[in-house]
Structures are given as structure tokens and as C-alpha cells.
Design a protein around this ligand. Structure first.
Ligand code: ADP
Ligand code: ARG
Length: 309
């Protein structure tokens, strides 16, 4: 593998909140005494609770942001994590299975037309310069994450990993990174509704061609307990320079609205120019629509306080 410095060029926080990954879908039941506790604590989802999906973007309460608030928001992104029903999770797949998974996903994506039409780029055939640019522009995963490495998710790197995207890079799919699929919709600006609509459309289309691991209690199954359910993280990159200088204040608002604050170079990174990644924290026991709404409500609350400072 290339040296860590080129893969991981940003300030990195090595602090783990949830240090457990699953090897297969059944593992969540086999090891229920462990996973149930983690899942109730992180998502407040009890062992008998059901998970219900709802991707109807028309139910989202998200009027356009007024011009002064729109200016604070650089970009919007929503991703969902998915894994194929007929394979173990990434922590436990063999190299042969990983290649089969890549083939199934890329051949489904190759049939897409219109706005979702795109091309697959395998990680192994990209140059260092191409990778660095895609990472800097927030499109590609970084690799070299010590948690993924320690649970076996980076075995045989970069074999059978890659990224599919349309020309505009508004629809992207990461293949065989932490989850077998990360389906992503993103664009500049603050039009959350448009991003959610594209995401829902793309996820439904992929699901019509590939069977995802899913059940009534857990919803979509993911290798990390934090991503069970919807696997959805809806985020904006937003400039909140005054509020972010006051950690107690912004953390109390984040906790109240169930949002998480990350640096803009992704998980475990720090930001120092006042621009942050704000996203929904919960993913299970609430529908996709409710979780995008968590992010919208949290962003409004943070903006309101920023304006008073
Ligand atoms: P994930 O969202 O897939 O869990 P990360 O937090 O590491 O993982 O983010 C992945 C990439 O997506 C990073 O490069 C990050 O900068 C980018 N990203 C996340 N949210 C946004 C956004 N709202 N606008 C632009 N890029 C984003
Ligand atoms: N173990 C890591 C932490 O707690 C990851 C948690 C969720 N993130 C993820 N990429 N699955 O920080």
C-alpha cells in the first residue's frame, strides 16, 4: 500500500466511540448480548423494536434557506450504506467473494441511464494524483483508517475496491470500502430536498437489481452497529465560525437535535477554518425521512445561534 501520509493527508483524531464491527448478518443475533447493548445505547432501539423505512422526499419539511443562510452552506451530501444479502459482511468476505460483489454491483450500475449514468473507476488502476484529487474534493474514501484496518476491512487493499460516479459527480457509489455499497448523492449548495430525491431514486434503482441484507428489526444491515437501519448520513458543510469557538454551546445544541459534528475531511478529522460537517447521528429505528429531518432541524438551530453571536 502507498505510505499512510499520501492516503491520510489531513489532521486526524484517533478517538473511537464504538469499537466493534460485525462479520455477518447473523452475528448481530449470535452475539446479541453484546450488540443489543451497543445498539440500544447508540440508537435507542430496543431488542424488540421494528425498523420502518420511508424515503418519500415529499414529506420532508425543508423550505429553501434564505439567501444569508444559503451562503453559509457550501455543499450537501446524503449517503446510505448497503450490503448484499447473499454474502458475509466486508470484515469476513474472501478475496474471491469481494471480487464477485464488485462485479455484481458494477454490472447493475452499468445499466443506469439519464442523470444516474456513469462509469466505474477501480482503485487499483487510479494514479496517486487522481486519488489525492478525488479525496481532496470529498468524493473518494481515504483508506488507511486504523479501525477498518484492525477489523479486517482493508485486507487485500486496493483489490476489488473502487468508485462509480456520473459525470457531474452528484451520484456516486463506493464499492467494498467499509460496506459493500455506499450510495451517495451530493452537490454544491443547500438544496437538501433535491439531494434526498436523487439518493432515494438511486437506492431504489440499485435495490431493484441487487438483494440487500435487511430485516424487520435491524432494517438494512451494516458491518458497523452505528450504520444499522437506514445506513443514512445526511450532511451539510456549513460555516459557523463564531459558534464553533464555543464547544459547550455547540455540543449542547448538537445533542439536543441528535446531530453530529465532524471536520470537513470526513470522520476523525478536524477543521480549523470554521466550516464543519453537520449530520444526523441516529440511523436505526427512525425512517430516512425523519433522519434527514433531524439534520435539517439541527442545522436551523445551529444557524439561529450563530446569528445571535
Ligand atoms: P461517510 O459519510 O461515508 O460516513 P466520512 O465522514 O469520512 O464518511 O465522509 C466521506 C467524504 O464525504 C469525506 O471526504 C467528506 O469530506 C465528504 N463529505 C461529507 N459530507 C459532505 C458534504 N455535505 N459536502 C461535501 N462533502 C462531504
Ligand atoms: N470505531 C469508530 C469510532 O467509534 C467508527 C464508528 C462509526 N464510524 C464508522 N465509520 N463506522 O469512531
Amino acid at each position: 500500500r502507498p505510505p499512510r501520509s499520501t492516503l491520510f493527508p489531513y489532521t486526524t483524531l484517533f478517538r473511537s466511540g464504538i469499537g466493534v464491527y460485525a462479520g455477518c448478518h447473523e452475528g448481530y443475533y449470535t452475539f446479541a448480548p453484546l450488540f443489543d447493548k451497543i445498539i440500544s445505547d447508540y440508537h435507542q432501539h430496543s431488542p424488540s423494536a421494528k425498523h420502518i423505512s420511508n424515503m418519500d422526499h415529499t414529506q420532508l419539511q425543508c423550505p429553501d434557506f434564505p439567501a444569508d443562510e444559503d451562503k453559509m452552506i457550501n455543499s450537501t451530501r446524503i449517503r446510505v450504506a448497503r450490503n448484499l444479502a447473499d454474502y458475509p459482511l466486508g470484515t469476513a468476505v474472501t478475496a474471491v467473494q469481494r471480487r464477485e460483489i464488485e462485479k455484481k454491483i458494477t454490472s447493475a450500475l452499468s445499466t443506469f441511464t439519464g442523470e444516474l449514468k456513469g462509469k466505474y473507476y477501480s482503485l487499483g488502476s487510479m494514479t496517486e494524483a487522481e486519488k489525492t484529487q478525488l479525496i481532496a474534493d470529498h468524493f473518494l474514501f481515504k483508506g488507511g483508517d486504523k479501525y477498518l484496518e484492525s477489523c479486517g476491512l482493508e485486507r487485500d487493499w486496493p483489490e476489488a475496491r473502487g468508485i462509480f460516479h456520473n459525470d457531474a459527480k452528484t451520484f456516486l457509489v463506493w464499492v467494498n470500502e467499509e460496506d459493500q455499497l455506499r450510495i451517495i448523492s451530493m452537490q454544491k449548495g443547500s438544496n437538501i430536498l433535491q439531494v434526498f430525491q436523487r439518493l432515494a431514486d438511486a437506492a431504489n434503482k440499485i435495490e431493484s437489481k441487487a438483494k440487500f441484507a435487511n430485516d424487520e428489526h435491524f432494517g438494512y444491515v451494516s458491518t458497523c452497529p452505528t450504520n444499522m437501519g437506514t445506513g443514512l448520513r445526511a450532511s451539510v458543510h456549513i460555516n459557523l465560525p463564531k459558534l464553533m469557538k464555543n464547544p459547550d454551546l455547540h455540543q449542547s445544541i448538537a445533542d439536543k437535535y441528535h446531530v453530529q459534528i465532524r471536520g470537513i475531511h470526513g470522520e476523525h478529522t478536524e477543521t480549523n477554518d470554521g466550516t464543519f460537517d453537520i449530520s444526523n447521528r441516529r440511523r436505526l429505528g427512525k425512517s430516512e425521512k425523519e433522519l434527514v429531518q433531524d439534520m435539517v432541524n439541527g442545522v436551523h438551530a445551529l444557524i439561529d445561534v450563530e446569528k445571535t453571536l
